[in-house]
Design a protein around this ligand. Structure first.
Ligand code: BDR
Ligand code: CA
Length: 308
């Protein structure tokens, strides 16, 4: 039996964040979700924290500590995605009322939990702007040794962006934070749009969740239907991170050195990969490019089934 891996998800739910969080909770036998932290992103901090709390309640996991984090990016203006996720962030779908976030700030919680986890004892899974993770790494550089991996959804490597011609939302929302994380030296696995755009939400895939006939399956199906209705071609970006932790063989990618553009007015937030090794920096970042989409959805449905 696989060892249980301690993970901390830093999120901005968000319809696809919701799918990722529920998927992780369903994989309890192998993923120990030690805390959920929130960051302003798709919608504001209060709303993403309320949504995260509701998702924990839906899954019957109000025991998972919830911590609210940064309300804005390190530098610059605010980017939101209500047009994708709805005003409240989860497509207008009702969630149960959950418990309040703890008083400890998310950045402090990340720092404390990393240290408590010991050498390479914690995996961070950021699926929103990287503000909290960057702050924790800057405040406490020693925690880098406590992180086995950072598995992040963000960036567009060889494809166009979804916010600007070259930038993806999570990196564009806080480019400086994304740069700090990618240059931290901690092993980072990046799920860029190249791979997440392969995880297309279809009617048949929504039906597979609905026919589980469980509160979690039906609620997630309603969220994905709202997501599809709002965007036309919806894809599950954030759950790619959890799928990778459960079944890395579903993905293919390449190790490189990488950073994020924080200076240009035309390509701010762009993921810049050193494909040809020209920077001389160590290749600490693995950028994924391919996904077995059917295998991914089978895995998602199996974890949601486990939450019945
Ligand atoms: C990312 O941006 C957000 O809108 C999604 O939740 C995902 O994390 C995709 O670009
Ligand atoms: Ca997200």
């Amino acid at each position: 039996m696989a060892a249980v891996r301690r993970i901390l998800i830093d999120c901005d739910p968000g319809l696809d964040d919701a799918a990722a969080i529920l998927m992780a909770l369903g994989a309890r036998a192998v993923l120990d979700l030690v805390a959920l932290t929130t960051v302003a992103g798709n919608v504001g901090l209060a709303a993403v924290t309320r949504n995260a709390s509701g998702l924990l309640a839906l899954a019957g996991r109000t025991d998972v500590p919830l911590h609210a984090g940064c309300p804005r990016a390190l530098v610059g203006g605010t980017l939101r995605a209500q047009h994708v996720h709805g005003e409240g962030g989860i497509g207008g779908v009702d969630l149960p009322v959950g418990v309040s976030a703890r008083s400890e700030h998310a950045v402090d919680a990340i720092r404390r939990i990393a240290r408590e986890s010991g050498p390479k004892g914690l995996t961070l899974v950021p699926i929103g702007p990287l503000t909290n993770i960057a702050c924790a790494l800057v405040m406490a550089p020693d925690i880098a040794d406590c992180l086995s991996e950072i598995v992040v959804m963000g960036g567009a490597a060889r494809v166009g962006g979804n916010v600007t011609p070259v930038a993806e939302f999570n990196f564009a929302a806080d480019p400086h934070a994304a740069r700090i994380v990618l240059e931290s030296g901690v092993p980072v696995v990046v799920m860029p749009l190249d791979v997440t755009r392969q995880a297309v939400v279809t009617e048949a895939r929504i039906d597979a969740l609905r026919t589980l006939a469980t509160p979690v399956g039906e609620t997630l199906a309603a969220m994905l239907a709202a997501y599809r209705g709002r965007t036309g071609r919806a894809v599950l970006h954030d759950p790619c991170t959890i799928a990778y932790l459960l079944a890395p063989d579903l993905f293919r990618g390449e190790g490189v050195a990488a950073t994020v553009d924080t200076a240009s007015d035309v390509s701010m937030g762009r993921l810049v990969a050193d494909w040809n090794g020209q920077t001389g920096r160590d290749p600490t970042v693995t950028i994924m490019s391919d996904l077995d989409a059917d295998g991914f959805y089978d895995l998602l449905v199996a974890q949601i089934r486990a939450l019945s």
